[in-house]
Design a protein around this ligand. Structure first.
Ligand SMILES: Cc1cc2nc3c(=O)[nH]c(=O)nc-3n(C[C@H](O)[C@H](O)[C@H](O)COP(=O)(O)OP(=O)(O)OC[C@H]3O[C@@H](n4cnc5c(N)ncnc54)[C@H](O)[C@@H]3O)c2cc1C
Length: 384
């Protein structure tokens, strides 16, 4: 049996590895010649780490995962601590640690694990056709490929999603802009082994440790979409948006390199009622496009892959296997998209009274409520 996997991002590569582990050959097609990840880093929560272990790629996370041992929220003005607590109880409860990883390293290592030569680069899928014999994918260079089934892991702008859903869903602007990048760890900005977030005015500035003594940082600001801002205006833009914020935030703005800092308008898509049509299945962002507010988009793609692989270990009837995949994933990914949307709105001042109430809650937070919320999300994954 042979699968066509479209997209060689986190989702496509996880799916290819999972299917290969289940004894299914995969041809992987990637639109671009060289993959340039959209963000600087990504936090792999223990549900994702468990998936990577299950797929055989746990070594990547072990090697490149940053030492994130505690968590803190700080007030934006003077930087005083609102709450600070160890993540050890979370690790103990869910059986694994959260691992922020540089995206370039994650992408490179996943590609190496699968085999760079086993990906056909520069192949942009434009359409798909099914018949009794299997699935044919069409590429923009005029070529085609044939397999028994197809996994569309072609990201949040998925070209194959309309085929599966029967309509073209619109992306929804979540109302804020995110800037992200990497800087060397500087303890004058935040402790080296802590996830530190400064909050105020519906904005946030966050730092997470990745490997090799670097912080993954991001800034979020509620803004209209489509502003004329880019790398040339980046430092001035951040200086303006974060005027009056605490000294560590100013130090971070001074330390970052605008040339390697990304600016992204954050979107999601209303969750879908289906993920499968016949012998074609959506996986990763193609099947569930979420805001990054609970850091679960990539983890969910890994979960999709694990579930898909496990189902194909049990049964080889393609349509029923894919229907089972859809049945096992639809509710989970809907929950994650909606949970992220809710957190997004509270964090980013959609209703400022709710955001102020959240800041107040943080002052009374011992860590227990936040850890309970994180455990709930993590333990909803397929590996518990
Ligand atoms: C700012 C930000 C922060 C985030 N933080 C986190 C986090 O902390 N934790 C987390 O788990 N997730 C996070 N995410 C989400 C995570 O990045 C995505 O969920 C994840 O990258 C999805 O992987 P994917 O493989 O499904 O899609 P993608 O990474 O988009 O990969 C899709 C691949 O398909 C290729 N492709 C596209 N169209 C075609 C086509 N027509 N034909 C062939 N190939 C095609 C693309 O070139 C790409 O390589 C974050 C996202 C953002 C934007």
């Amino acid at each position: 049996m042979k699968a066509l996997v479209i997209g060689a991002g986190i989702g496509g590569l996880s799916a290819a590895v999972a299917l290969k582990n289940a004894g299914i050959a995969c041809d992987v097609f990637e639109a671009v010649k060289e993959i340039k990840p959209v963000g600087a880093a990504i936090s792999i929560w223990p549900n994702g780490v468990k998936c990577m272990n299950h797929l055989g790629m746990g070594g990547i996370i072990e090697t490149y995962g940053g030492p994130m041992r505690s968590m803190a929220y700080r007030d934006y003005r003077q930087g005083e601590t609102l709450t600070q607590f160890s993540l050890a109880p979370l690790v103990e409860r869910v059986g694994g640690r959260p691992c922020p990883v540089s995206r370039a390293e994650l992408q490179r290592e996943m590609l190496n694990y699968w085999g760079r030569d086993n990906v056909q680069f520069g192949k942009r899928v434009s359409g798909v056709e099914e018949n009794a014999d299997g699935v044919t994918a069409w590429f923009t260079d005029g070529s085609t490929a044939h397999g028994d089934f197809l996994i569309a892991a072609d990201g949040s702008h998925s070209a194959l999603r309309p085929y599966v859903l029967g309509y073209t869903p619109q992306r929804r602007y979540a109302g804020y802009v995110n800037w992200n990048g990497l800087v060397p760890v500087d303890e004058a900005i935040a402790p080296a082994e802590q996830w530190t977030t400064f909050v105020g005015e519906g904005k946030r500035v966050s730092l997470m440790p990745v490997s090799d003594g670097r912080f993954y940082f991001f800034f979020d600001v509620p803004l209209p979409a489509g502003l004329a801002e880019d790398r040339t205006t980046l430092r001035d833009d951040l200086t303006r948006y974060f005027s009056g914020w605490a000294p560590p935030v100013q130090r971070l703005i001074a330390a970052l390199d605008p040339q390697i800092t990304n600016r992204i308008e954050i979107h999601d898509i209303e969750p879908f009622d289906k993920l499968v049509r016949g012998k074609v299945a959506l996986l990763g962002d193609a099947g569930h496009s979420t805001t990054p507010d609970i850091g679960q988009g990539g983890c969910a793609a890994m979960e999709d892959a694990v579930v898909l692989g496990e189902i194909f270990r049990e049964q080889t009837h393609i349509e029923s296997a894919l229907r089972e995949y859809e049945a096992q994933r639809c509710d989970r990914v809907r929950d994650l998209v909606l949970k992220a949307r809710k957190r997004c709105d509270i964090t980013h001042g959609k209703d400022m009274a709710l955001t102020q109430a959240w800041y107040q809650e943080l002052k009374e937070e011992s860590g227990e409520r936040i850890i309970n919320g994180l455990c709930d999300t993590i333990q909803g994954g397929p590996l518990g």
